[in-house]
Design a protein around this ligand. Structure first.
Ligand code: GDP
Length: 510
């Protein structure tokens, strides 16, 4: 729970000299490289930097620790990339059959004469336009749900399959809802058209599915919308070319581009990962930006990787992976989680540093949550007790009043700018006091004191400690209940203030 200034500087990518200077400015005395900071101060220092660096109240969270590693997009490096496609639809409507057909007939697989392995995604080359399409074959995977929760959507186009025989079913509607929310474009494939050999009957059945789609507010092309409808059979292959070319046409309209340059920091997502007996931790990474090379250093979640090998879905080794390309890579220290983002860094030591930083931030976030929870509980209890006392309601009948032998408790309510400082303050002052008088934090939270804070303060005779809140509202400072409000901007001054309050309550010694 303690860290030397030099280590902290390292952790937050700052020159030690700058950090020591800033610490001195913040009110720390005699700061040297070996100066030891306790965790609550570290939290505070971290916050300070984010204010400074981001020029706005940007707080480091486990989700954004790595953000500063990304490179800004350079429009010069942008080039066309293959669309990333997911197939969705009701069970048994033909998703697997379509993927199998594409894998088998893809020119990419013919070249290698191999059978496509399941690595979570694969690419095909379209028969006519000779363009690439990347298909994801794990759309229902938990990883994708996790990504969606974070607002990351790597799917450009959803192919919604609807069986000619069943038309729209419950999972079709689910898929439609998902498509609308995800921001992906959609193409409808009416599948299993080989089931009806009579052309007239078949056309009638296709017409019925089309009407059902319209009734479900799918803006199909025929009605002036932009959703293409392609009747196909994955069994006979009929119109499969057309489906592939429709995907390409749509991707051109979407103008899909990414930085295809090793000047851009490579980014991607883990779409699958597993332990393989002979090679260890293996994951499929779908590149979204930059170029991955063998030997690249990647960080992901709480782990990192020096890419030892890269191979495609045919199991053939590849030298580079550019945007929209899925590759299976080895070399991970620990197993990365599917759905997590991958970022390239320039060296192994930077990777280690950032992973350590992420772990530290995760730990802090966990503790902050705990403190919030405990404080909330404490405040509720204190409020209930105070209200009981005010109404003269005895909680239990005939309770013997306990002889008051413990220390006198001085009540405080803490309000600060952000939860990080709340936590730091509570940790610093909770233990203040001695056997005669003790600090008792009844409630602690972020924000300007509100009505319930004032009520609690009045009922419990608490002092209100405000930290970094700027100018407070008039009715807080000049409250009619004579609640004492103290304002601080430096944490050690606050600690001194509380210590002084406690000292003033000590019985004088004659
Ligand atoms: P999923 O649950 O959506 O992945 O559906 P599947 O691809 O497993 O297909 C369900 C059943 O429909 C299987 O028995 C397939 O062989 C069959 N099927 C899928 N597509 C076609 C098609 O185009 N024509 C015919 N006749 N059968 C199909």
């Amino acid at each position: 729970n303690y860290i030397a200034v030099s280590d902290l500087a390292n952790l937050i990518n700052l020159k030690i000299e700058k950090l020591t200077k800033d610490l001195t400015k913040m009110g720390f005395a005699n700061v040297t490289h070996n100066y030891i900071l306790s965790r609550e101060y570290v939290e505070l220092v971290l916050m300070n930097y984010n204010y400074e660096l981001g020029k706005q109240a940007l707080v480091v969270t486990p989700d954004n620790v790595y953000d500063e590693l990304r490179s800004a997009v350079n429009p010069k490096n942008l080039s066309r990339r293959p669309p990333i496609v997911t197939i969705m639809g009701h069970v048994d409507h033909g998703k697997t059959t379509i993927l199998d057909y594409l894998r088998k007939t893809s020119i990419v697989s013919e070249e290698h004469g191999g059978i496509t392995q399941h690595i979570g995604a694969f690419q095909v080359e379209t028969p006519v336009s000779k363009r690439k399409i990347t298909f994801l074959d794990t759309p229902g995977h938990a990883a994708f749900l996790k990504m969606r929760e974070r607002g990351a959507n790597i799917t450009d186009i959803i192919v919604l399959v609807v069986s000619l025989e069943d038309s729209i079913m419950p999972q079709t509607i689910e898929a439609l809802k998902h498509a609308a929310k995800s921001g992906s474009q959609m193409i409808v494939a009416i599948t299993k058209i080989d089931r009806i050999s009579n052309t007239k009957e078949r056309d009638r059945a296709i017409e019925k599915v089309t009407i059902d789609l319209m009734n479900n507010e799918v803006p199909i092309e025929k009605m002036g919308g932009d959703v293409q409808v392609v009747p196909i059979s994955a069994r006979t292959g009929e119109n499969m070319n057309l489906l592939e070319e429709s995907i390409i046409a749509l991707s051109d309209v979407m103008d899909l581009k990414a930085e295809r340059s090793n000047k851009a920091v490579a980014e991607g997502f883990v779409i699958e990962s597993e332990v393989k007996k002979s090679v260890g931790n293996v994951s499929t990474v779908l590149v979204t930006k930059g170029i991955l090379l063998k030997g690249s250093i990647l960080i992901c979640g709480n782990t990192y990787c020096k890419v030892r090998s890269m191979s495609n879905e045919q199991g053939a080794s590849v030298l580079l992976a550019d945007p929209s390309t899925p590759v299976e890579i080895t070399g991970w220290k620990h197993m990365p989680a599917a759905g997590d983002e991958v970022l390239q860094v320039s060296s192994e030591s930077i990777a280690k540093k950032y992973v350590a930083k992420k772990l530290a931030v995760l730990q802090m976030a966990k503790e902050a949550k705990n403190v919030d929870r405990i404080n909330e509980q404490r405040a509720m209890e204190a409020l209930a007790k105070a209200e009981r006392e005010q109404h003269n309601e005895e909680p239990e009948e005939h309770e013997e009043p306990e002889p008051n032998t413990g220390p006198e408790k001085v009540n405080f309510i803490v309000k600060a700018d952000v939860s990080g400082s709340v936590e730091a303050i509570v940790e610093s002052i909770s233990s203040l006091g001695n056997e005669e008088v003790q600090c008792n934090v009844l409630s602690a939270s972020a924000g300007i004191p509100n009505e319930s804070d004032m009520k609690l303060a009045r009922l419990t005779d608490s002092k209100l400690l405000c930290f970094n809140l700027g100018s407070l509202p008039y009715d807080v400072i000049n409250n009619k209940d004579k609640i004492e409000v103290e304002q601080y901007n430096v944490i050690y001054k606050l600690i001194e203030g509380v210590t002084e309050t406690l000292r003033s309550r000590l019985k004088p010694i004659y």
